[in-house]
Design a protein around this ligand. Structure first.
Ligand code: AMP
Length: 642
């Protein structure tokens, strides 16, 4: 019975990865329902931006013939049109945001008096950090229904991952953010699918909801991704972009992350021939999933062999849901087992298990870059495609150049999704020398190629001139909208005196040290940092969790290499004159980063949004305590001793 099912769904297997496979046949009813959903959503979007383009409507008439192709090409056409006129679309978007929210207490207090032009907006409304808005957001969460930040009530609260501060932040959430999310998903899919077409099948998506709870005022609170997964539009969009998830909802919304992960893997294997791509919001979660796969693959094969879910999954709703799709299949179990034992150090496990997968997809930039090496190892010959740029607070930009490797991925800003401003970074020279006062923000179309900026946004969910805290670099323009490269978080700074090292600098130092370890066949599982000011002078501390044991000499070399890899002049100078002490390398017990992850999940975070904190400050006591109590070896750099 089970075998029959697999045969019915299996596709002709093309191992060549030329991505030019013909579309697979689907039933007419699927085409029409799919087509209907897409066209309706498309029309609404078109109305929403008040963009009158008859040619788009004409195109929708042709869609009956080739619905997928036409829908996606319409999305591309719309994005092209929007970005050709980014300046006007920005002014129009700001007008709409300010009109819709003119009654909001926040804007009224600032004396905007219904004005909606950019000049009045900038002169009345100050730049705001999350802290500045916290009291307003808490009143909303506590049930104050008056228009506080937005004209229409905020419908839910998102919890940002909070890995920077050590605790999740409350962020307003409403339907506009759901719409924006769908718009971003569909935009980047249209461009991705043009270059890397997929067939009709499924997506192995490692996605997880967080715990949801009600705020004092009765609003649902969970991570932004959870709020999106629970929205009615999510499934329709997944269908429209051929990304239907292998796992049943019970797995996504399961109460225990470890059990959900196991079941995502199992569902992927059940639908192994249908899987068109593998996804997670952030790439480390795919790496984590396959590290776990290495440990549990035999158990997964047994589940498939006997058609019985492992007793490690105890949640009754997940067990019931999985029992509906899991049937005994010894042949598939044997095949999988053969494939797994035939691999060398799990190289290429993803295409081996999922022979019709076309790519691996997820955010691979910024703090995800350190996981790329391992991801490439698991992905073998499959391309890695980097996903879009956004945050719990709102979306910013889509990856419309999917062929760029993750290391150079760029994101084109969607000019109708919010109003964007950019603060140039780096200080600038005037007659008196280097001026470190903060320059005025510039508009979306005024940014300069090659310049780094802190990004600000104003959106439809009650954030005005909001400092997200990210640093981006403009690498070029897509029509008239900028293409951004994500650089780092602005506030992740290792800083003792005149030194300044960002998340990116730390990443580069760790990458240099990883080369020494690679010669010993060792990997860095994860890393973070701290500034130890308990002694004088203070010092940088780097924590590493390794895949195995290294000898003393190798680790001492790593420690010196880390120290020498911070190239900031302030650091080098301070190290030379010993106003910064020797860098300290602390090696952690295996499983320490798993404990940190569990700690964040316990605070209400979801694995989908989790990012290992790259810097742990003194106020983040629990994480610091987990790190310090799991240190097995300590080394001090001698790099600047002579
Ligand atoms: P959260 O609000 O928890 O979802 O985290 C949002 C943050 O994740 C952003 O402010 C960025 O720092 C980071 N982020 C989101 N998308 C990307 C991306 N494509 N590349 C690098 N970092 C990203």
């Amino acid at each position: 019975m089970r075998k029959r099912k697999i045969e019915e769904v299996s596709r002709p297997q093309s191992k060549s990865r030329d991505f030019n496979g013909k579309p697979k046949s689907v039933s007419l009813s699927t085409i029409y329902s799919h087509h209907h959903v897409c066209v309706e959503e498309e029309k609404e979007e078109t109305k929403r931006i008040n963009y009158q383009d008859r040619s788009l409507e004409m195109k929708s008439i042709n869609m009956l013939e080739k619905p997928d192709k036409c829908t996606h090409s319409m999305v591309i056409d719309k994005f092209e049109a929007l970005t050709k006129d980014a300046g006007r679309i920005q002014r129009e978007t700001l007008r709409r945001i300010l009109e819709e929210n003119s009654e909001a207490e926040y804007l009224r207090k600032l004396g905007l008096n219904g004005r909606t032009d950019a000049e009045s907006f900038k002169s009345c409304v100050p730049l705001a950090s999350h802290e500045d808005l916290e009291s307003y957001i808490h009143r909303i969460a506590d049930g104050d229904l008056s228009p506080i930040l937005t004209g229409k009530p905020i419908t839910a609260i998102s919890l940002s991952s909070g890995t920077t501060q050590g605790k999740p932040k409350y962020v307003p959430f409403n339907d506009e953010l759901v719409k924006n999310t769908m718009q971003i998903y569909r935009t980047s899919f249209a461009y991705r699918n043009r270059e890397f077409p997929i067939g009709h099948g499924k997506a192995l998506q490692f996605i997880y909801s967080s715990k949801q709870f009600k705020t004092k005022g009765g609003l649902a609170a969970g991570t932004a991704t959870t709020n999106v997964y629970r929205s009615s539009q999510f499934k329709n969009t997944m269908k429209a972009i051929k990304s239907q998830i292998c796992s049943p909802d019970e797995v996504i919304f399961g109460p225990n992350f470890h059990q959900s992960l196991y079941c995502h893997l199992l569902c992927g294997l059940i639908y192994k021939d249908e899987v068109q791509f593998v996804f997670s919001t952030f790439a480390h979660s795919i790496v984590h999933a396959f590290r776990i796969f290495e440990e549990v693959w035999e158990e997964l094969c047994d589940d498939i062999r006997y058609g019985v879910l492992s007793s490690r999954v105890t949640d009754p709703s997940i067990r019931t849901a999985i029992s509906k799709i899991l049937n005994p299949n010894p042949e598939i179990a044997d095949l999988l087992s053969k494939k797994c034992t035939g691999l060398t150090n799990w190289y290429g496990v993803i295409p081996e298990l999922f022979p019709n997968a076309k790519y691996v997809y997820g955010i691979m930039t910024g703090s995800m870059e350190p996981y790329l090496k391992k991801l490439r190892h698991y992905a073998g010959d499959l391309p890695l495609l980097s996903a879009d740029y956004g945050s719990s607070e709102g979306w910013i930009a889509a990856n419309v150049n999917p062929r760029l490797p993750p290391e150079s991925a760029t994101f084109a800003v969607l000019p109708d999704i919010g109003y964007f401003e950019f603060i140039p970074l780096g200080g600038y020279l005037n007659d008196m020398g280097l001026d470190n006062t903060e320059p005025e923000p510039v508009g979306l179309t005024e940014v300069k190629v090659g310049q780094e900026y802190e990004i600000l946004f104003t959106n439809f969910a009650g954030l005005y001139r909001y400092r997200l805290g990210d640093v981006v670099k403009v690498t070029g323009f897509h029509n008239s909208t900028p293409e951004l490269q994500f650089m780092c978080r602005k506030n992740l700074l290792l800083n003792i005196n005149i030194d300044k090292n960002t998340e990116k600098d730390l990443q580069l130092a760790v990458e240099a040290a990883s080369k020494i370890l690679a010669e010993e066949k060792l990997e860095i599982i994860d890393f973070t940092s701290h500034v130890d000011l308990s002694a004088d002078p203070g010092r940088y501390v780097v924590f590493l969790e390794l895949s195995g044991d290294a000898n003393e000499e190798v680790l001492s070399d790593c420690c010196n290499c880390l120290d020498l890899s911070f190239l900031d002049a302030g650091y080098i100078g301070s190290r030379k004159v010993k106003t910064i002490g020797s860098l300290e390398l602390r090696i952690l017990k295996k499983g320490t980063f798993q404990k940190i992850l569990d700690h964040y999940l316990g605070l209400g975070g979801a694995f989908s949004q989790y990012k290992t904190p790259r810097f742990v400050g003194p106020t983040n006591k629990t994480v610091l305590q987990i790190l310090c109590s799991n240190v097995i070896k300590t080394y001090f750099s001698t790099a600047y001793d002579q």
